[in-house]
Design a protein around this ligand. Structure first.
Ligand code: SAM
Length: 324
């Protein structure tokens, strides 16, 4: 079957998105440990702040992953095979896919999927310019929902899901398994997954990455409150919250929180929420893996790990696995 929907954007309705955002925020702020899903950190401002984080010296992840790609891109391209459709959930600015697509042998198409339309559409124009013959279909939606996957153009070509940036780390172990199972369901036997994951390391290095000396991560975290204020009629005073990030060694994750500096009341979409002094909103987890842990996760979710690439210090790993 031929690929359909040549060079078009597959959108998500703004109404669907707003309704889901509101439900998630109200439910999260009503929980005993207040929480907000980290996917909402990426509005237009949040996506730009995340790009700035990736440039920071303290944020070793992007730099380390980039070094692994630079060193092993050809090997990865050969491992992925020829005439492949590359699907990238949470593609962001698509900057990692571009060189990979260039190195790949005759890629059939590229489907970047992201919840943030602005960054995706800007990237689409850039890639079109660099790879004019490649079919690109940006899909705007939530990669944790079946709906986004059902809007991907169908084809019987070989597919590889590209999931770099340690985005898998934002999911708790049970959710990570569900997500990889969802990936496997949307692939066929023999199709592939190229996955980037951050590895367990010294907590000082980890904490500096999420509490940088330039305070960009703080701005990124607090932007979520600003977004709620503007999109959900909220009245958060961002100065009354502080950014906190720490490594929880038992859970193998860096947790990011917003800490209420005073006792205060906040309203969102007409609902009222109280905060005691010191109470937190948990905004993000970044789970860290060991190589054996990563292999177990892949095996448990229908994949066979084939190959991995890592840096000299084993701070980060990129793994290729195929669907059994
Ligand atoms: C950590 S960034 C990674 C971006 C890029 N893949 C990279 O490696 O640099 C996460 C990206 O995933 C997107 N994202 C996060 N959660 C998402 C979700 N549930 N559905 C779709 N996109 C999501 C964000 O909008 C953001 O662009």
């Amino acid at each position: 079957m031929a690929i359909i929907n040549a060079n078009r954007v597959v959108p998500l309705s703004g109404e669907d998105f707003r309704g889901q955002f509101e439900r998630d925020v109200l439910a999260g702020l009503s929980a005993s440990q207040k929480t907000l899903p980290c996917k909402y950190l990426y509005d237009e401002t949040g996506s730009k702040l995340f790009e700035a984080i990736c440039e920071l010296d303290d944020y070793y992840l992007t730099r380390t992953e980039a070094k692994i790609f630079a060193r092993s891109l050809q090997d990865m391209a050969v491992t992925l095979g020829d005439s492949v459709i590359l699907i990238e959930p949470g593609a962001g600015n698509c900057e990692k896919a571009e060189p990979l697509l260039e190195a790949m042998d005759n890629p059939r198409a590229y489907f970047p999927l992201d919840i943030s339309p602005e960054i995706l559409l800007a990237a689409q124009h850039r890639i079109r310019h660099r790879l004019p013959d490649l079919e690109i279909v940006p899909v705007i939606g939530d990669f944790t929902s079946g709906d986004a996957w059902s809007r991907l153009p169908v084809s019987n070509a070989r597919k590889v899901i590209f999931f770099p940036g340690s985005t898998i780390g934002n999911f708790a172990p049970e959710q990570a398994r569900d997500l990889l199972e969802r990936f496997a369901e949307n692939l066929d036997s023999g199709d592939g997954l190229l996955l980037g994951a951050d590895l367990v390391k010294d907590s000082v290095i980890l904490e500096r990455a999420y509490h940088d000396s330039n305070h960009i991560t703080e701005a990124f975290n607090k932007n979520l409150l600003t977004r709620i204020n503007s999109e959900l009629n909220g009245d958060f005073n961002t100065d009354a919250f502080a950014h906190r990030a720490f490594y929880h060694s038992l859970r193998q994750r860096v947790e990011m929180h917003l800490v209420s500096l005073v006792e205060q009341h906040v309203s969102v979409s007409g609902r009222h929420f109280s905060f005691t002094e010191g109470e937190t909103i948990h905004t993000e987890n970044s789970h860290k893996y060991t190589l054996p842990g990563l292999q177990t996760l892949l095996r448990d979710t229908g994949f066979s790990p084939e190959k991995y690439w890592t840096d000299d210090k084993q701070h980060y790993a990129i793994c290729y696995a195929h669907v059994r």
